[in-house]
Design a protein around this ligand. Structure first.
Ligand code: CA
Length: 236
């Protein structure tokens, strides 16, 4: 399963039995895993090479996962960071997200959920933060979207995408076919709370339909899911 170009993950976790369980399952999924049991070892590993994803436990014997996260962000803004926090600690969650974490999981978590988050974060990072020089062309219907250059070719011709448009498209592409709840879209793309003005989102979707749908009043790609949110369908 271990492909030569498999993503390499850094797991920073001091509890041996948790670490071993996660490593085993991540390797089963085809990832390579480097394990660091202390903050010091983590920083050494980070200095030595690049990683596709960082999984950081908060409570380490010699360091705090948030501090590691912050120092990582100062060096490299591209690597996605998943924080593992203790049960229900809301302050940790906020500190983690402020410190540049992309996602967090509260212990104890289900293995399935963990692996799903890892997979999504790796996919998303590919769209959010493409490697320098790479082109990520996404095709659906008559459209071709280049998220990196924030350009798209549509039936209306060549258009330039704003940063927010590129971000929301990135989320839709990665989660093609899934129902995305309004609150989730607002939180992940706009960093807004679910209570925030949600008309922003509707206006946005209307704009995407105008760009990308053959008939914006009968969308085939950006579908409304009543009472929930939206679903993107690439179609043919
Ligand atoms: Ca710990």
């Amino acid at each position: 399963m271990n492909e030569p170009d498999a993503p390499t993950l850094l797991l920073v976790e001091d509890e041996e039995h948790i670490a071993q369980g996660l490593i085993f399952n991540l390797e089963q999924e085809g990832y390579r895993v480097v394990h660091a049991a202390t903050g010091k070892k983590a920083l050494e590993a980070l200095a030595a090479r690049d990683f596709s994803l960082l999984i950081l436990d908060v409570m380490l014997p010699d360091a705090n996962g948030f501090d590691i996260c912050r120092s990582v962000r100062e060096q490299d803004s591209r690597v996605p960071v998943l924080i593992l926090t203790a049960l229900g600690d809301e302050n940790h969650r906020i500190t983690g997200l402020r410190g540049g974490a992309d996602d967090y999981l509260t212990k104890p978590f289900s293995l399935t959920e963990f692996l799903l988050r890892v997979k999504r974060m790796l996919e998303r990072s590919h769209w959010y933060r493409p490697a320098p020089g790479s082109r990520n062309l996404y095709r659906f219907g008559p459209n071709v979207v280049d998220l990196k250059e924030r350009r798209a070719t549509t039936l209306c011709g060549e258009i330039e995408l704003t940063d927010l448009e590129a971000r929301i498209l990135g989320v839709f592409f990665v989660r093609e076919g899934e129902v995305l709840e309004r609150s989730e879209l607002l939180a992940s793309v706009w960093k807004m709370s679910p209570e925030a003005e949600t008309r922003t989102l509707d206006n946005f979707i209307a704009r995407l339909r105008k760009y990308f749908e053959t008939d914006p009043s009968h969308p085939e790609h950006f579908l409304t899911v009543r009472g929930k949110g939206y679903r993107f369908v690439a179609g043919k």
